[in-house]
Design a protein around this ligand. Structure first.
Ligand code: CA
Length: 250
């Protein structure tokens, strides 16, 4: 027998239909207690929450993962919030950002909005206020981000995780896809094995074994992406790493 609490009550307007999937939030906050409280509170509200406690980790997370909204503390060790925000906007990511800032730093708020934040909440804040800001910013109806990356005839669709080369579907394993996604996002820049170890394999320390694993994945990926193509895209940069680009060269 269903609980009466879940039955609609007469006289109350029906709630709008829930979204098809929970909104995915990235919380970037170095104070672990605050970060944990935010996670618990937001998960309690039905959000899907990922927490990163350093700017560096948040930055790498954003290169491999998609979010509907970012809650960003500005004062972070390593890369600070403004740096992350600027980098995100420079890459063309339109994910809404709500900045968390300390009470006495008006400058932070101005700098945050200038760098592309959508809104800010001053610490300490009431949780209800934060929820209201999140709802307001996510309602603003930015077009859902459809990120498709194209290099030569390679198309990587980040939403569907589909990859085509010259119009033909390419079947990739999850790891191969992540590897390709990172190389494509960083197209024309050399990506080191260190970076791949951290971003794709989530390993902080490199080892010969891991280097071998990376090399094996890259050569498999190369076979799937470049085989029989007039233009090769995945190049090894000796002693450094790899680069995805149209042209051969050093
Ligand atoms: Ca902080």
């Amino acid at each position: 027998m269903p609980s009466t609490a879940s039955l609609p009550r007469p006289g109350i307007a029906p709630r709008p239909a829930p979204p098809a999937r929970p909104l995915r939030l990235l919380v970037v906050e170095d104070e672990r207690k605050v970060a944990e409280a935010l996670r618990q509170g937001l998960e309690g509200e039905g959000y899907d929450v990922v927490v990163e406690t350093s700017g560096e980790a948040a930055f790498f997370r954003l290169t491999t993962d998609r979010f509907d909204l970012i809650l960003l503390d500005l004062r972070l060790p390593g890369r600070d919030g403004i740096e992350i925000l600027s980098a995100v906007r420079r890459r063309g990511l339109q994910t809404p950002v709500v900045v968390l800032t300390a009470r006495d730093t008006l400058e932070d708020r101005v700098v945050g909005l200038d760098a592309g934040a959508d809104d800010y909440v001053v610490k300490p804040f009431a949780f209800a206020e934060l929820l209201a800001r999140i709802r307001a910013v996510s309602r603003r109806g930015r077009p859902a981000e459809v990120e498709r990356l194209t290099v030569d005839t390679l198309v990587v669709d980040c939403a569907t995780r589909r990859v085509t080369r010259a119009g033909r579907a390419v079947e990739l394993t999850a790891k191969e896809f992540e590897l390709l996604l990172h190389l494509t996002r960083c197209a024309r820049q050399v990506v080191s094995r260190d970076t791949l170890a951290r971003v794709v394999w989530r390993e902080t320390a490199r080892s010969t074994t891991l280097d071998n694993v990376i090399d094996v994945h890259v050569s498999r990926l190369r076979r799937k992406i470049d085989a029989d193509q007039p233009v090769r895209l995945i190049h090894t940069v000796r002693g450094v790493g790899f680069v995805l680009r149209e042209a051969e060269g050093t």
